[in-house]
Design a binder for this molecule. Sequence first.
Ligand SMILES: Cc1cc2nc3c(=O)[nH]c(=O)nc-3n(C[C@H](O)[C@H](O)[C@H](O)COP(=O)(O)OP(=O)(O)OC[C@H]3O[C@@H](n4cnc5c(N)ncnc54)[C@H](O)[C@@H]3O)c2cc1C
Length: 359
Amino acid sequence: MTEFLIIGRGLAASVLMHQLHEAEISFHTIGTPSLSTSSRVAAGLWNPIVFKRMTAGWLAKELTDGVMPFYEACEIRTGKKFATERTIIRPFNEEQEERLWTKRADDSLKDFLDPVIYRDHFPKGLIINRGYGLVKRSGNLDVASFIDATEALFNDQITEAQVVYADIQQHHQSVSWKHLTAKNILFCEGHLIRHNPWFNWLPLKPAKGEIIHIACEDIDLTNQVFNKDGFILRTTDGTLKVGATYVWDDLTDTPTDPQLTELEEKVRQMTHAPYSLKAHLAGVRPSSLDRRPLIGRHPSLTNFWVFNGLGAKGVLMAPYFAKNFVHFYKQSIPLHPEVQLNRYYDRFTQTQDQTHWST
Ligand SMILES: Cc1cc2nc3c(=O)[nH]c(=O)nc-3n(C[C@H](O)[C@H](O)[C@H](O)COP(=O)(O)OP(=O)(O)OC[C@H]3O[C@@H](n4cnc5c(N)ncnc54)[C@H](O)[C@@H]3O)c2cc1C
């Protein structure tokens, strides 16, 4: 019998397909990409630094150690190219920022910051007033190409369909959806997990994001990313992606005029070069309340699983935690304590109590 039915067609599902394949665990994926576009619109950056605090992000070393080797292995497996290491250009506005950079590059962030302050030969077309620093161990995944290549590779194990929860049947030691049966079901539905009757008690704080693609000849940016209260990076088709915005009170995938205005303002802060707008896209990031992934087994249904809460950092987090998930499933190696669902079991208990009282 197949080991896992995976529900979802985004980044989480694709990364899991590779990790399960590598561990020789069988799966069949069901989903339709159009219900949630987050993965397909994502800029695909990974960045170990939190610029606002000039600290390393959560598990920065562990996550960055594995990210490129994982996507490179997927490139070999699929025969396609979608991941590149790219340094991030971070311009300074004042002397204090430069001093902090030098200090951090010397101690707590020495793995991630180039200690050199670049004061001349600035890349063409970018607004850099006094100099810049470079972040190392950062990069970019063309997420849509990664998903396409993954789905082409595992084509026979994918069914295109919108899953209606009423069609999922629980049996004693298996679960089925229509004609497909497996030992387990694993939900990777992004922010739409909010509607999942088995996991809707997990606290999500989804964040809509918008991004634009522009054409601009006068910016010299190939294998680097420019980050200044927003980012610019070049895509494989030669256009530039500029992003991204955050909105919490509109959870649609529809691009809006106010966010376009904000993105165009970001462009003006980063370049004076003329450009033309090529695309304007939106998606909803599946962020959790405490900004940690939500991974594990349902508290009472032992063959119902979830892999969610990747938020704004899915590209960096998914490979590490998909491996962690597989190790947990296969060898009972514990999941990282901060991603385990037991931190929210009180919410699950409350929903059970409410169901009890209302019946
Ligand atoms: C503008 C923007 C920029 C971003 N930039 C970055 C970035 O630079 N770096 C980064 O790491 N992350 C970035 N992200 C975040 C990134 O997109 C997410 O972390 C990640 O893609 C989430 O993947 P997911 O598979 O969990 O969710 P999703 O991408 O939402 O995928 C869920 C999938 O499940 C399908 N689905 C759901 N319910 C059902 C159902 N009932 N039946 C069938 N199918 C179903 C959906 O259609 C979809 O295919 C960005 C997001 C946005 C919006």
